[in-house]
Write a protein that binds this ligand. Sequence first.
Ligand SMILES: [Zn+2]
Length: 332
Amino acid sequence: VIVDAHAHIVPPGVEDAVRSGAWTGVIDLRDVDGREVFFVGGEARSPFPANLVSVERRISIMDSQGVDVQLVSSWVGSVVDDLPPEVAIPWAQAFNDALIDVSRASGDRLLALAQVPMQSSSAAVAELERVMADPHVVGVEIKTMIDGADLDDPLFEDFWAAAAKMRCLVLIHPDRALSGRLSDRHFMSNTVGNPAESTIAAVSLICGGVLERHPGLRICLVHGGGTLPYQIGRLDHAHRELHSKVGGLPELPSAYARRLYYDTVTHSPEMLRFLLEFVGADHVVLGSDYPFEMGESDPLGLLDSVQGLDPRDRMRIAGANVERLISQIARP
Ligand SMILES: [Zn+2]
């Protein structure tokens, strides 16, 4: 089974509800200069991307890519973890119910990575437990930063404990890179900012001791892990020379980095090969970042262009790793 672990969706039921005005003031779609723009809490967020909704088009593209199953996660523009919990909780529940509906109706082609209202740890845990009771949900997607807080903030300790106990997948995804430090000049918010965000999230989890305290976590970084694999020697050096400054942990940062999972969305067979050598084929999963223009339109083609890839490793990356992880989930 070929599995694409990094693909985004807005379920048709969510689009219908937003268009009907059911979420006015929370999420709105408004016309701005002839483009449909997503508004979150009344603030213009991002143009509504094409092809996020249609399941028919998605399945036909999966067929053309040779992908059997997509793990579908929220488009991060639809995650509202900077709004008050009293609106974010019902939004996440409604989004997830529609996500489960579309997965259930897909004939085993789509499995869900739900969204959780991370601005309230107790609400995030409650929603995690609710959705993980459904076999169509295999985990969650969260952002690299939650309303200004890094992922090792004590606010999120209960969430990490719950996710580790269930061994569910946690896909960590950048949004609004570097808090606006990078404008869209040279498209750096994406090409530089997104990998930087993933790196900050990963180093927070490593040096903040989250991975040390919760060995059951099954965390996947997107875009090949940002710059983490390439810069891991620098972190290890800091650990040896300035131990307490980088967490004072018993193991080297690289040992924790090898507990993480990474997708293949690198746009470079050479960099993908480097990632595989660093982390091992058991910790790399196929990704497309569908339907975005910065995604990989031929994920298996990229994998097959890696020089000297062992055919057994290819099968692990293309699907067996995700199948193994899903088989290890302990549902509530
Ligand atoms: Zn993505």
